[in-house]
Each structure stands twice: as structure tokens, then as C-alpha cells.
Ligand binder design. Sequence first.
Ligand SMILES: [Fe+2]
Length: 156
Amino acid sequence: MEEKEVGQFVEVLDKMAGLETAIADLYSAFSKHDGDKEFWNRISNDEMHHASNLRKMAGIVMERKGVGFSAGRPFTVEGIMKFIDFVKQRTGEVNDGARDTKSYFVVANEIEKRLLEDKYHEVLKTVDERYTMLMDKIIRDTEMHVNITDKKAHPA
Ligand SMILES: [Fe+2]
């Protein structure tokens, strides 16, 4: 991987960290309005960990100068920024009281599903264990978040 490319991937991973932080902020906003405070705080915390993982992953790619990493699914900073804007708009609505608390789980479910569907974990291919362990944790948590919000959004 060329040096220029390393910089681009580091930027993409950094924006992904920004996306996870924006989601953490949204869940934190939910926790202030919804009775299920503990749940929202817990998953908000998970997203903060994901942001931290992604920053560590960016650090690993930099440290290794891209050696052992190759381009996977293409992502643009613009695409990630659009997703961040979407999340921030929802946070604004929650803070303005413009959203029924009943819709919180539906919104969270939509976001978690989109995270999995967009396959952010395929941004880079590598066998670097430190990197893949950090990414695997994000995927496992996100799958769990999809399942929980699915059940809460659509109770049987
Ligand atoms: Fe999540």
C-alpha cells in the first residue's frame, strides 16, 4: 500500500470513529428522555468503545505504514459524513423533544442495521491480529445491538 493510500485509510477509519461517537451521543440523548436509561447508557458506552477501537486501528495502520493491509470495500469520507449528518439530525430532534420516545428503538435499529449492511468492517483486508480483534469486537457488539433493538422496536 502506498503512503498516500495509508493516509486515506487512516482518514476513513477516523471518520468511522466519528460516526460511532455521533451514535454514542444519540443514545446518550435517548437516555435523557426515555425510561430505559440504563439500556441507552450501556449501548452508548459500547459505541464509545467502538470509536476508541477504530482510532486504535487507524494507529495500527499508520504504525505498520500499511504493510500487511490491502484495500477492501471502498468507502468515501463523504459517504460516512452523510451518515454522521443523519445521526446528528436525529439527535437534534430528540434534544428538541420533536420525537416520540416510542420511535427511539426504531431509529436505533435502523442505524445498527445500516452499520452492518454497509459492511464497514470490510474497509481493509489484513491478517493483523490486533486490528482484526478490535474490528471483530465492533461487529459482535453491532450484531447484538441489531438483535436487541429489533426486539424492542417490534415487540411480539
Ligand atoms: Fe451499536
